[in-house]
Design a protein around this ligand. Sequence first.
Ligand SMILES: [Zn+2]
Length: 296
Amino acid sequence: MSLRIGVDLGGTKIEAVAIAADGAERFRRRIDAPRGDYAASIAAIVSLVREIERFSGERPPVGVGIPGVISPATGVVKNANSTWLNGRPLHADLERALERPVRLANDANCFTLSEATDGAGAGAQVVFGVILGTGTGGGIVVGGRVLAGANAIAGEWGHNPLPWPDASELPGAPCYCGRRGCIETFLSGAGLQAARGRSDLTAREIADAAGQSDPAAMAALETYTKRLAKSLATIVNTIDPDVIVLGGGLSNIASLYTQVPRLWSAWIFSDRVDTRLARARHGDASGVRGAAWLNP
Ligand SMILES: [Zn+2]
């Protein structure tokens, strides 16, 4: 069958898939993540891989998407919001436990690779992937390969400041990274809640209310849309991608795909903008599929 195994190591769930060369899924399993327990996290990944091996009779290559990244300088995990992974030699420990080379990448990079391989960015030379959810992650794929970067943070634009802020956007809310006014604080689900001024409503409820012409929700979504447009304009001005693919819970807001391209040319340094803005084709499955595609 010549399968590839992808594992998505999340903060609450660990998911594994086995996909064939044509992208068809032959196996999928999702389990609860052993939160706070590093050794148990490794053991859980090993047991999923063994299960696929028994099922397939093969010993497929393994790719793993992780929160945070492996520091190129030290070989240990950094920037993971699943903090029990930070400072751990996850790559070396997984290769030892699985007795084979393993490819690791940040979860936003895996998302982008999935969409660039056989999703909304298929066939494009440069793809920028964005996850709009609990946080705001980004990844870059060029020519079908993840651009990791010298510090393994390429695409992490969520911790740049919101560009072209107006008075109401300064100094911005505190971010867990230690700064204020990061793009993530505006474009995450909490950012939409803050724009609405109602932390008791979910981002989805606010988007649904806007779709039913609730004035306050419509105003909040308009503010959110403008912030997304100017934030993405800095990406177009920097790497000029062929396509920008949105994933995560807020990517389900259909109006973004018409309104953001209507607005973003105000901040893009070009007489016309041919960059496409597209919704992820594989949805929530893109993280784990992209992990599988880490093996060429
Ligand atoms: Zn930040």
